[in-house]
Design a protein around this ligand. Structure first.
Ligand SMILES: [Zn+2]
Length: 363
């Protein structure tokens, strides 16, 4: 008898894959990888149904070299292993059925993305219309054209996102601290809290990545490191940290997690998702001490998102790759009292590599 394997949805480390397995609705009696019984899962036949998503995921998130190995680098299956995509490969490596599962992902009976559309390097495909709109937004002097481009870009991007209403939590950093009375009447440094860690008073708000001057948005990061880096703290700084949780689920325009499942058909459609990466990089581009004009592009995008009745936008930090949130109304979030921290920046690491322009990086 041909060897078989069963793996339950809980053994995937990818939320979209888990959701799809549950949607497929096929139960397995016993998971070979975690010993759970009677859960939704995949076997050597049904795994074929999710392979187009796995391919699309790698094609979207990784450069060509990580896909086809033509430049003597990694190929598709190796990338999945090295990056622990979809399953925690290193954890299940000792399992008897490991190889069956691993190689089943490479064995394709169906037409693969790369054969389907591979008339030229798929990573060089550009969607001309999107490219033009992005150019109008970022380079146009005519304000009306710029504004219209922002509207169209947000309309297009919205179709590529998962419509998310979720509870979120995050950290906010503010350089500095305040003094409180300690033991024996001594002054001690304690973290800013309450209104001092929240949005600054209106008159003190400068133009920011997402907000106009005098307009208070709450900027949070999903982890403390990212939030400290985002406020440009330097070695030796004391930084106050506040933790915030949303009071109820919020509508988030999430640029970190496009709906790849809907774009998995072929390269041409996957390449459309480049728009999300491009908008995300407008937000995450580090801008030293930004001037008003540099922030204008992202402010226009944000205002379109607000008109669509979202509560916030989420983008990836250029410092850490983690999520940053901008909430349009800070009243939607609660500061967790007693969870504030005062941290000192001990060390900032710097890693340098030689820079070469990527000819495929067309946005
Ligand atoms: Zn399992």
């Amino acid at each position: 008898m041909e060897e078989e394997f069963n793996i339950c949805y809980k053994c995937s480390n990818n939320e979209a894959v888990q959701e799809e397995i549950i949607k497929m609705g096929q139960k397995i009696e016993h998971c070979d990888f975690c010993d759970n019984k009677n859960l939704f899962g995949l076997n050597q036949d049904t795994i074929d149904d999710i392979k187009p998503y796995l391919e699309a995921y790698v094609a979207y998130y990784y450069p060509q070299a990580d896909w086809d190995g033509r430049y003597g680098t990694r190929n598709y299956l190796d990338t999945i292993y090295q990056e622990e995509l979809f399953f925690s490969w290193k954890k299940i490596e000792q399992n008897d059925k490991y190889e069956l599962l691993y190689y089943s992902i490479e064995n394709n009976d169906f037409k693969t993305l790369i054969l389907d559309d591979h008339w030229a390097s798929p990573w060089a495909l550009v969607n001309e219309e999107q490219h033009k709109l992005l150019n109008s937004l970022t380079s146009e002097d005519n304000f009306k054209n710029k504004l219209q481009a922002a509207t169209e870009l947000v309309n297009k991007a919205e179709l590529m996102l998962k419509n998310k209403t979720v509870k979120i939590s995050g950290y906010r950093s503010r350089i500095g601290c305040k003094e409180a009375l300690g033991e024996y009447g001594r002054a001690v440094n304690v973290p800013y809290d309450k209104k001092d860690i929240g949005v600054a008073p209106k008159h003190a708000i400068n133009s920011g990545r997402a907000n106009r001057a005098f307009c208070g948005f709450l900027y949070l990061a999903e982890d403390i490191n990212t939030s400290v880096l985002e406020v440009r703290a330097q070695k030796g700084d004391l930084v106050s940290i506040g933790e915030f949780h949303s009071k109820s689920p919020l509508r988030i325009f999430d640029l970190t997690d496009p709906n790849i499942w809907n774009f998995k058909q072929n390269y041409t459609t996957i390449k459309e998702l480049q728009l999300i990466s491009a908008i995300n990089s407008l937000f995450s581009k580090p801008i030293g001490n930004g001037t008003n004009s540099i922030y204008l592009d992202t402010q226009l995008i944000v205002e379109e998102i607000i008109r669509k009745n979202y509560d916030g936008v989420c983008f990836r930090s250029s410092f850490t790759g983690k999520r940053n949130y901008t909430l349009f109304n800070s009243d939607l979030m609660d500061e967790q009292s007693g969870k504030g921290k005062l941290l000192k920046v001990d060390k900032m690491e710097l890693t340098l590599t030689e820079y070469k322009d990527d000819i495929y990086d067309l946005f």
